[in-house]
Design a protein around this ligand. Structure first.
Ligand code: ATP
Ligand code: MG
Length: 387
């Protein structure tokens, strides 16, 4: 049997002239998320709401829509004609589906359809009285009810009790594309989530240094992408063979500058790759002061080689906060698997925590930067990751 869900999308309703654009993308994302469960699902849009009619199970609907950015909440609903008798009957049906005994409730009515003869408070009162007459153990509390029954009178009437939270944010793809420097760690997948939540499509790039880092480390990065694509549908992961560049960095630059050199090389290669796929910014999982390579001076030194913006959405987060988010989005357990990436394998004993720019330039003098960039760009594997 077909069920009905009301999808509410707070923020994008405010976007003035851009609204149709945001709504169209959101509808596409909802379809994309539900199609694997129901090819024939239907969507219908009205002011500030999307109605979804589907044969998918409640669990399938809620689990997939919980990952569609732009959705504020999802309400399993029942609809009826705009007649008070039917509204009362349907309200009763909806309330019966709840665990209502001994609970307090209130009815809240909205009436965008002004041709309906009764005013909102009158509808609430009549429906509320009908519930009290027909269900035992229910009490009214208009201030802090345990159950709120919503009635929305539009071209039809929609009645619901539950508001299952969505992830909020903006629909993915409404804000262009960025390239994420994705390591196997805890931070960068969370950074991806933060940007995706603001509507940015993510194309990840991973610097792989076999045999210094095992192929299991690469698998781990692919596994992380598999979690991220639950939010995005698909993702093209770029795996750079970084081994030769890394060897040369190791030979030709002072030890204490190695991490900074590595990071600058990564940014150069990532940026060129980003340009080639139409990504307009880079994203990293850096957080201010977390490690020696993430002091303000080190970030300045990394930034110097970039011409496109580098977004660091975790810049002000504590590790604990990042870990909590990683657990919430489902990447944490993969991130803590023990396969080291090159930054961990090549940590110098005394990394330069506060490099000044002239020192950085000095350290980089012996390097053929352009040649190394080309070397990285020449050997990139692209992996299409799907859920
Ligand atoms: P993460 O948990 O994201 O690995 P981290 O705390 O381990 O971060 P670093 O290893 O210093 O920090 O890396 C800082 C950022 O540099 C990462 O968040 C990521 O964006 C980028 N980065 C580091 N190593 C790689 C790599 N091998 N490939 C791609 N990006 C990387
Ligand atoms: Mg790391």
């Amino acid at each position: 049997m077909e069920s009905l869900y009301l999808i509410s999308f707070g923020e994008i309703a405010l976007k003035g002239e851009n609204r149709p654009f945001f709504e169209r993308i959101l509808m596409q994302r909802i379809k994309q998320a539900l199609r694997p469960y129901d090819e024939n699902m239907r969507l219908q849009k009205t002011h500030g709401r999307i109605y979804c009619f589907t044969k998918a199970s409640r669990e399938e609907v809620l689990n997939s829509l919980e990952k569609v950015f732009g959705i504020v909440y999802i309400s399993p609903a029942i609809s009826c004609e705009n007649h008070m008798d039917q509204i009362k009957q349907t309200a009763l049906e909806v309330m019966k589906s709840q665990n209502y005994a001994g609970k307090t409730f209130k009815v809240e009515t909205r009436r965008p359809n002004k041709s309906f003869p009764l005013k909102s408070p009158e509808v609430s009162r009549e429906a509320g009285a009908h519930l009290l007459r027909n269900l035992e153990g229910l009490k009214v509390d208009v201030h802090k009810p345990e159950i709120q029954l919503d009635i929305e009178i539009r071209e039809k009437t929609f009645i619901y009790c539950e508001k299952v939270p969505g992830p909020g944010g903006l629909p993915l793809g409404c804000n262009g594309k960025a390239m994420l420097l994705l390591s196997g760690g805890i931070d960068s997948p969370v950074a991806a989530y933060m940007l995706m939540k603001r509507g940015v499509e993510i194309e990840p790039i991973y610097f792989h240094s076999f045999p210094f880092t095992s192929d299991r480390a690469k698998e781990k990065v692919i596994d992380l992408c598999r979690v991220l694509v639950e939010y995005s549908g698909h993702m093209r992961l770029h795996v750079v063979n970084f081994t030769e560049a890394l060897k040369e960095l190791g030979e030709k630059t002072p030890d204490d500058f190695l991490t900074i050199m590595m990071r600058r090389m990564m940014v150069r290669i990532a940026q060129k790759t980003a340009e080639s796929v139409g990504a307009k910014a880079l994203v990293t999982g850096e957080s201010l002061g977390q490690v020696a390579s993430q002091t303000l001076e080190a970030l300045v030194a990394t930034n110097e080689v970039a011409t496109m913006p580098i977004f660091r959405p975790l810049i002000g987060f504590d590790k604990i906060e990042i870990m909590d988010l990683a657990k919430k989005i489902g990447t944490y357990d993969i991130s803590i698997e023990p396969y080291a990436d090159c930054c961990t394998v090549f940590v110098p004993e005394h990394p330069k925590a506060r490099p000044n720019i002239s020192g950085v330039h000095e350290a980089e003098r012996g390097l053929k930067v352009e040649k190394l960039t080309e070397l990285g760009l020449k050997d990139i594997e692209i992996i299409d990751v799907k859920p």
